[in-house]
Design a protein. Structure first.
Length: 365
């Protein structure tokens, strides 16, 4: 087998994902145990749900990868209309957690539709751009491709969920940028995304304060460490305490309440604390391999729709990885975005397996 063969690249791609999932399980056993015991009287409450989401995600992945891409794409219109309706219902009937109305109570679990919107938007955009219609101009393809995704993104913004909104817009921009549509239209996508983001951010004192705190740089000079800079300060303490090789598996001190959301938004801080710089290096290396192989698959893909699906998946992983790791050390504002394949989050885990299944679905004739 040649080193540069597509089969080898795909094997390496899957291997990096398996490494991230395995490392994530190990991390969540430690990071979520204290809060699981405090809230539900069960150290393994969160890890059991995490494993269930992984198993369900793997099942969905195996179903999708054995289906024909063309067959799956026939449901793209129904899927995106359904998710738009669901996102609208969330604003009316969804439950409020942490000041945001993002979840639907399904009884045994809270479901976050905005996460599922990502793979469905990836499929929709890929299908619309790749449609070969004789009198279809770039502007027609562009408008048809972005209208419903931007509507979904706007509904997400109203929840409010700025991180997911930004993720959707970045995915949308990337797919259009790597398509055959002229460059001016992807640039328009950026402008169309920033305007509502700015308006809603200005209307929320909490979100605006987060941005102003980051821009002011006061967290970097030790100001307000128990106020606006509390989360970032605790994250940095956790990472720095790990040193080169970490304190050891299961020895995190941050999980005892000093760092909120240590098993989801700040899982990278636990990596630094328990496994040190070496552990963070391994995670970054795994994501580098995952992203490199993903975009190599996209380059080698001859079919336009499959290529854009792969690009959508890759841009999703890239954006959330940069935002999560960057937020943990203060390079960018904290947004509450999880680390793909690693962090706890059932809806996020299942949704990313949906995208992976679309990426590996069978080529059509």
């Amino acid at each position: 087998m040649r080193v540069d063969s597509l089969d080898f690249i795909k094997r390496l791609n899957i291997f990096s994902i398996l490494f991230l999932i395995s490392f994530g399980i190990l991390l969540n056993v430690s990071a979520s145990s204290v809060e699981g015991l405090n809230l539900y009287g069960d150290n393994f409450y969160f890890i059991k749900r995490h494993l269930t989401a992984i198993l369900l995600g793997v099942l969905i992945f195996n179903i999708l990868k054995n289906l024909n891409t063309e067959f799956i794409s026939k449901f793209s219109s129904l899927s995106i209309i359904t998710i738009c309706i669901t996102l609208f219902l969330v604003l009316t009937y969804g439950i409020v957690v942490g000041g945001s109305r993002r979840w639907i109570d399904l009884g045994i679990v809270n479901f976050q539709p905005s996460e599922l919107a990502k793979p469905l938007i990836i499929l929709w955009v890929a299908k619309q751009i790749s449609n070969d219609i004789s009198d279809d101009s770039d502007i027609k393809k562009f408008i048809r491709s972005i209208f419903l995704p931007l509507f979904c993104a706007f509904l997400v913004l109203l929840e409010p969920d700025y991180g997911t909104f930004a993720s959707i817009c970045f995915i949308l921009f990337s797919q259009i940028f790597f398509s055959k549509i002229k460059i001016i239209y992807p640039l328009f996508t950026i402008v169309a995304s920033l305007i509502p983001l700015y308006i809603v951010a200005k209307s929320s004192s909490y979100r605006l304060n987060r941005i102003n705190t980051w821009l002011s740089g006061k967290c970097d000079i030790g100001v307000d460490l128990l106020g606006d800079c509390f989360q970032l300060n605790q994250s940095r303490i956790a990472i720095s305490s790990g040193g080169l090789f970490g304190l050891g598996p299961g020895t995190s001190r941050a999980r005892w309440g000093s760092l909120p959301n240590s098993y989801s938004d700040f899982i990278s801080s636990i990596i630094g604390e328990e496994y040190g710089f070496f552990g963070l290096f391994l995670i970054v290396l795994a994501f580098f391999i995952l992203l490199t192989t993903t975009f190599l698959i996209a380059i080698k893909e001859k079919n336009e729709m499959k290529k854009l699906i792969v690009v959508g998946f890759g841009s999703w992983i890239f954006f959330q990885t940069v935002i999560n790791l960057g937020g943990a050390v203060g390079l960018i504002p904290i947004t509450g975005i999880v680390l793909p394949f690693v962090s706890y989050g059932s809806s996020a885990m299942i949704s990313i397996f949906v995208a992976l299944g679309l990426m590996y679905s069978k080529d059509y004739e």
